[in-house]
Design a protein around this ligand. Structure first.
Ligand code: PLP
Length: 347
């Protein structure tokens, strides 16, 4: 038996039927780019999030969502943005596209000196909510914008409120294996109306009027109509799928120490924390020998990536944790037998 780490095509029949019907409706419908399916999904997702006056702007993927958010909030070349060194490189890559200067911080620490910074990105990694109280007051005291990268945290609520609404912008990816996934790439930004209008322009060449580039820094990064229709069809299944993820993670939790708080997670990853690197590598090899696929999120810190130029680091806390982490199979369509097999391998 092989137990995959992810299997986006393995949908339950009811959800698969909804996805197929959505695809059909676009193929037979009036718009293959833009149109009602896109505005419809934007409205559906905004209402699901309880976004209030904030608007959802669909874009092509989660990395563009970050770049469009930065641009829509008025960040420009030379502005500094603070990211956590363990964020996977997504925010840093997006920031580099705008010529922003990236500064990394170690997990759980904030710099004393905020000079040169214009914004902070917080990444709700693994579907675990990052506690924001202290960070939010720190960044306010320094006049910094806050962007919440929610690419692993669709449906995550803290005290009943969705994450992504504390900062000035929230960004999402709908890559197929995310908690809410398309049948290809997709992304979204959540912003207050004025910035949302700017984001709508930036995702489509910087146009104001059609064919008239009014804003610098535009790109072509629309959310595909097909993907938007699929996402609207899948949204009603999201909470139940997250519940299933949480249930699987809790089964693993009975056998080993998992990262994060079971009450504030949507278990995008079920991340085991082993004693040290040797123990982690040994478990990874043993599971692999049993056909159980695992992952490490992420094997490199931002400050270690050759294609990213950043200030700050090293980050001993993030590096130590990275060496001890192992992501176990955790997606809603794992069968009960598979979950039992993983648990047996862990015990
Ligand atoms: C997946 C992911 C992204 C990037 O999303 P893409 O759609 O792949 O561009 C950004 N941030 C985080 C935390 C992610 O997990």
């Amino acid at each position: 038996m092989t137990i995959p780490f992810a299997a986006p095509g393995r949908l339950d029949p009811e959800e698969a039927a909804a996805v197929r019907a959505a695809v059909e409706s676009v193929v037979g419908g009036p718009s293959w780019v833009g149109g009602e399916p896109v505005s419809g999904f934007e409205a559906d997702f905004a209402s699901y999030l309880g976004a209030g006056d904030r608007e959802v702007v669909g874009v092509g993927n989660g990395t563009d969502a970050l770049a469009v958010a930065f641009g829509a909030l008025g960040l420009a070349a030379g502005d500094g943005v603070l990211v956590s060194d363990d964020e996977g490189g997504y925010a840093a890559t997006a920031a580099a596209q705008l010529g922003l200067r990236v500064r990394v911080t170690d997990v759980g620490s904030l710099p004393d000196d905020a000079s040169g910074l214009a914004a902070v990105v917080v990444t709700h990694l693994h579907g675990d909510a990052v506690p924001l109280d202290e960070l939010d007051s720190w960044r306010r005291s320094h006049g910094l914008l806050l962007v919440e990268d929610c690419a692993q945290a669709h449906g995550l609520r803290v005290d009943g409120r969705h994450v992504g609404l504390v900062g000035d912008a929230a960004t999402f990816s709908f890559y197929p294996t995310k908690n809410l996934g398309a049948v290809g790439d997709g992304g979204a930004v959540v912003l207050a109306p004025h910035a949302a209008a700017r984001a709508r322009s930036l995702r489509e060449y910087g146009w104001g009027a059609r064919y008239r580039v009014e804003h610098a820094g535009g790109r072509n990064s629309r959310l595909d109509t097909l993907q938007a229709a699929v996402l609207s069809a899948r949204l009603p299944f999201l909470d139940a799928r997250n519940e299933r993820r949480r249930g699987i993670a809790n089964r693993y939790r009975a056998h080993l120490h998992l990262h994060g708080d079971p009450d504030t997670t949507v278990a995008h990853h079920a991340v085991a924390l082993l004693e040290d690197r040797a123990a982690r590598d040994a478990l990874r090899d043993r599971l692999s020998g049993l056909g159980i696929m695992t992952g490490v999120h992420y094997p490199w810190l931002v400050s270690e990536m050759p294609g990213l130029t950043v200030d700050g680091g090293p980050s001993p806390v993030a590096a130590g944790r990275r060496d001890r982490m192992l992501s176990l199979p955790c997606f809603p369509e794992l069968t009960d037998d598979e979950v039992v097999a993983v648990c047996e391998a862990l015990s």
